[in-house]
Design a protein around this ligand. Structure first.
Ligand SMILES: Cc1cc2nc3c(=O)[nH]c(=O)nc-3n(C[C@H](O)[C@H](O)[C@H](O)COP(=O)(O)O)c2cc1C
Length: 432
């Protein structure tokens, strides 16, 4: 684990995912404290007071989502950890599942208690192998130790946890698509309202939270909301796990205190840009977040508000760093191929729109672009925005217009000269 260890990370050893080591780090004391001293509403109050925002993409306040659930209304409630992690460039939930799965498991027991959930689920990406085995091992250990099952730690609270393996569709990470998949159907997202907290899994009130979001809960209960707010900025409390890939010398997963200076992070923690090149741009939070240029980020810090101020987002924490010399036409081609491939086909603007975008970018990259193609891409992106059930269509448009806004000249060059200014280069050649 490179970088600082603050809330959920630590130097990893071959056994740091085990119950014994988690307990040695103070693990499961928060669950014991919860069941001994707190009412379910106390837990929700503490989470609300912490200001914790979701880490899955939309940064929605966790407490506000939880407050919708009335724990003792006599209805079944469900809690789901979203471990689908399908956003390109994002691999931080995987770090938790592989190295600190008990932090998620303990947090889910506490969250289930707060929400009055007798059953909770982890929906895990089908391609994950080691993360699945580590998580399944942690769940088994937790049952044996009495942290899940009947009358947890001798209390009146009983809860079961199921780890469910998805089949590998991006759209299955969208919360309503996930629930459909968990019910054994195609992972088609559905319109809201009703919200999932009103009618979710099996038509019952359901909270879906990202793995990293939930994993903060044990720490917040153990240390208190004030301690959590002491880390980060007033509008972005806590830390974020950032998965860094692309043209940096030290890619990996880093825990970063929110508000940390961006360039310091890239230069000192990530070891700078390959071959000492300049930064061309950064995809800040998964490909669905708008790219920012090197000069955009020069004075920025890593916080939700700083990114929102410049029209982008920390999103899923998947940061892709792109060095000078990279071809943005090829980069957009890769992204639009992805969205087209992953569109579920329910909504015409998305299924057709991503298809058109893909075909247009393919012909631009092949040197057959037409002068009107750039405006066409803008038009389709705008047409998709807000006209589909889920955010996939919108995201394709954000990725596209984000790149066109900043690098339009490269597309114009490619259309005019019938070849890319950077010859389609996506590599930062180590040897040159
Ligand atoms: C197409 C699409 C894919 C998504 N994939 C994921 C994912 O893999 N993991 C995730 O946590 N959230 C994903 N989300 C966001 C979820 O719908 C949901 O907002 C999130 O799980 C809520 O958790 P949070 O509030 O803790 O962030 C996706 C959203 C969309 C539109």
């Amino acid at each position: 684990m490179p970088g600082r260890q603050i809330i959920m990370t630590f130097p990893v050893t071959a056994t740091s995912h085990t119950l014994a080591e988690y307990r040695a780090r103070g693990g499961y004391q928060a669950l014991a404290k919860t069941l001994r001293e707190m009412k379910p509403s106390d837990v929700t109050k503490e989470v609300t007071a912490s200001g914790l925002q979701g880490r899955g993409g939309a940064s929605f306040p966790m407490g506000r989502k939880w407050q919708v659930i009335v724990p003792d209304d006599g209805q079944p409630h469900y809690l789901i950890a979203n471990a689908d992690e399908g956003e390109p460039g994002t691999f931080k939930d995987r770090w938790i599942l592989e190295n600190n799965p008990h932090m998620l498991v303990e947090s889910m027991a506490i969250a289930s208690y707060a929400l009055g959930a007798r059953n909770c689920f982890v929906y895990i990406r089908g391609e994950f192998d080691l993360p699945y085995r580590r998580l399944a091992g942690a769940v088994e250990e937790a049952y044996e130790a009495g942290y899940f099952g009947e009358k947890i730690l001798g209390s009146d609270f009983s809860c079961d946890i199921v780890v469910y393996r998805g089949a590998g569709a991006y759209v299955a990470g969208e919360a309503s698509g996930l629930l459909a998949s968990l019910e054994g159907k195609k992972s088609y997202p559905r319109n809201r309202p009703p919200r999932l907290t009103v009618k979710g899994l099996y038509q019952q009130p359901t909270v879906v939270n990202n793995v990293e979001s939930l994993s903060n809960i044990a720490w917040i209960i153990a240390n208190g909301a004030e301690a959590f707010k002491a880390v980060g900025t007033p509008k972005s409390p806590g830390t974020r796990l950032i998965s860094v890939s692309g043209h940096v010398n030290r890619p990996g997963v880093y825990e970063v205190e929110l508000g940390y200076p961006w360039m310091k992070f890239l230069e000192e923690d990530c070891g700078g840009i390959l071959q000492g090149r300049a930064i061309k741009c950064v995809v800040p939070g998964g490909v669905s977040s708008k790219v920012l240029t090197g000069s955009d980020i020069a004075e920025l810090n890593l916080s939700h508000e700083a990114l929102w101020d410049v029209g982008s987002t920390l999103g899923s924490g998947g940061m892709i760093v792109i060095a000078e010399g990279t071809c943005m036409v090829s980069l957009l081609q890769v992204m639009l191929r992805f969205y087209h491939h992953e569109s579920c086909g329910q909504c015409t603007p998305c299924s057709q729109g991503t298809g058109w975008m893909h075909r247009i970018i393919d012909r631009i990259a092949a040197g057959q672009g037409r002068p009107e193609d750039i405006e066409r891409l803008y038009y389709i992106s705008k047409f998709n925005d807000g006209t589909t059930i889920c955010g996939l269509g919108d995201a394709a448009g954000y990725a596209c217009t984000g790149i066109l806004d900043k690098f339009r000249d490269e597309f114009e060059y490619c259309i005019e000269h019938k070849r890319s200014r950077f010859d389609g280069n996506l590599e930062c050649l180590r040897s040159s």
